[in-house]
Design a protein. Structure first.
Length: 95
C-alpha cells in the first residue's frame, strides 16, 4: 500500500501537484471541463457513459492504474449518484 501511495505522490509531483483523478489539467480547455462537454453531447446517454467508465476503471485497475484507477471509478460512481439524485429531486423515491 505504501508503494502505491508513493507512486501516486510521484505522479502528482511529475504533474506539478495536479490531482490526476479529481482535476486533471488536460481535461480543461478554454475553461470548459471535458465532462461537461460530454454531458451536453450525450444528453440522455450520459448515465451510460458514466457506467461505462466505472466498469472500465474497475476492470483494469489490477493491470494498469492500480489505486488511481479505483479512485477514477469512484469519481465516476459519485458523478452517477449525483446525476441520479438531480434527476429524481422532488420524487418520493430515488431511482
Amino acid at each position: 500500500m505504501k508503494e502505491i501511495e508513493e507512486n501516486e505522490q510521484a505522479g502528482k509531483e511529475a504533474y506539478s501537484g495536479y490531482d490526476m483523478v479529481d482535476n486533471p489539467f488536460h481535461y480543461n480547455q478554454a475553461g470548459i471541463e471535458c465532462i461537461e462537454a460530454i454531458r451536453a453531447a450525450t444528453g440522455t446517454g450520459f448515465e451510460q457513459y458514466l457506467q461505462g467508465n466505472i466498469i472500465k476503471y474497475v476492470w483494469r485497475y489490477r493491470y494498469k492504474g492500480k489505486l488511481q484507477d479505483l479512485k477514477k471509478a469512484q469519481w465516476y460512481l459519485e458523478k452517477l449518484i449525483e446525476e441520479k439524485t438531480e434527476w429524481t429531486v422532488g420524487t418520493a423515491e430515488q431511482n
